[in-house]
Design a protein around this ligand. Structure first.
Ligand SMILES: Nc1ncnc2c1ncn2[C@@H]1O[C@H](COP(=O)(O)OP(=O)(O)O)[C@@H](O)[C@H]1O
Ligand SMILES: [Mg+2]
Length: 353
């Protein structure tokens, strides 16, 4: 069986994707799958990389190749610029090892649906809703999951009605607040504002990445909890609950990937009611959004021990030190078994369609 691994991509999480792909490919090859690699450049171009996964050890960003390919939606083949099917590029299933916009947000999933090829993970709608922090919060609200108070504001509305938004934020939430681009990840573009000047700065920073922003009440001294969900066939299982101790003021991009100062605690030391609630919320969120295969559900636990759902990620980090595979490994599912379960369940799902 041949697995097409797509990695890199147009999002700001390009480099994380390369690291995830490196680990995914090692596991696939351990399980004796054949691999076809296509690296997606930061400009969105697709580069055929062959089958030798050692190339990933030398790349931190996708390097351009002479063989640019695209997915032909009529045949489901990879074809070159002349329109010829690329020799050695046949595959049975796609593993989109891509994080963030254009990889995890339903757009790629739409392309794969059009080409009628099976792929790992959530479909178009679930991917899009999970990526959009406002839409996922609307679903969480609809199924009664507690979350932080927030508002979503478009860049244009902010420009036109800034004073009224500011007074509403100050009145309803008070400082500090978190300002986030609605559709991104890895903490990119997110800042914490403790006064009005910082709020303006934070909004400007976030709006560099998106047209829609979320402004949220801050959960002071929040503990950060995460749960891995694995959906294989009709069964959905939730993992042990883990805790991230960011080692900085919040779990910023720098804390996640540069300083590498965050500590992962598995299992988190929590009262049993909080563990039960986190597992229940994770399962309900996964089902309500309509996820498939995998997702990681993240929580904030405030001083009052009230558990708040923060977000759901449909293609969570897959590096060897990432929380998602670590939680499942703790529950007895080794990394390479996890990867092969996901691949075979994607194939099964493809057959049923
Ligand atoms: N309302 C909040 N209160 C306290 N901390 C928050 C809040 N929102 C976000 N954070 C901090 O910012 C980090 C990134 O925010 P998050 O919503 O998870 O975005 P991303 O999708 O980029 O991971 C969180 O892990 C947490 O450390
Ligand atoms: Mg997060």
């Amino acid at each position: 069986m041949r697995v097409l691994v797509l990695y890199g991509g147009r999002s700001a999480e390009h480099e994380i994707s390369v690291i995830s792909a490196r680990a995914i490919c090692k596991a696939l090859s351990f399980k004796k799958y054949s691999i076809v690699l296509v690296g997606i450049g930061q400009d969105g171009s697709w580069h055929f990389k062959g089958s030798d996964i050692s190339i990933l050890d030398h790349e931190s960003v996708v390097e351009r190749e002479s063989c640019v390919v695209h997915l032909d939606c009529n045949s489901g083949d990879l074809v070159n610029q002349r329109g010829d099917v690329v020799k050695e590029s046949g595959f049975d299933v796609v593993f989109p090892a891509l994080h963030g916009p254009y990889g995890e947000d339903g757009s790629l999933q739409g392309l794969l649906e059009m080409a009628n090829v099976p792929y790992v993970g959530s479909g178009v709608a679930a991917s899009a809703v999970a990526m959009d922090k406002q839409l996922s919060r609307l679903i969480f609200e609809a199924i009664g999951l507690p979350q932080t108070q927030h508002i979503a504001i478009n860049r244009i509305d902010w420009a036109n009605e800034q004073p009224s938004f500011i007074s509403r934020i100050e009145k309803e939430f008070g400082y500090p607040v978190f300002v986030k681009p609605a559709n991104l990840g890895s903490s990119i573009g997110i800042s914490k504002a403790t006064n009005q000047a910082q709020l303006l700065e934070a909004f400007a920073k976030a709006s560099f990445y998106d047209d829609k922003m979320l402004v949220e009440q801050s959960v002071d001294d929040a503990r950060e909890l995460e749960c891995a969900v694995l959906g294989i066939g009709n069964s959905v299982t939730v993992s042990t609950i883990g805790e991230i101790v960011p080692g900085s003021e919040f779990y910023s991009y720098k804390a996640k990937y540069i300083d590498d100062c965050a500590e992962l605690i598995i299992p988190a030391n929590l009262p049993s009611e909080v563990v039960a609630a986190a597992k229940d919320f994770s399962l309900r969120a996964f089902r309500a959004i309509g996820c498939s295969g995998l997702a990681r559900v993240d929580f904030l636990l405030g001083n009052s021990q009230r558990l708040l759902i923060n977000e759901i990620n449909t293609m969570p980090g897959f590096t060897p030190i990432s929380m998602y595979p670590k939680l499942l490994a703790h529950d007895g599912i080794a990394y390479h078994d996890l990867i092969s379960e996901l691949v075979s369940s994607a194939l099964e799902k493809g057959k049923i369609k």
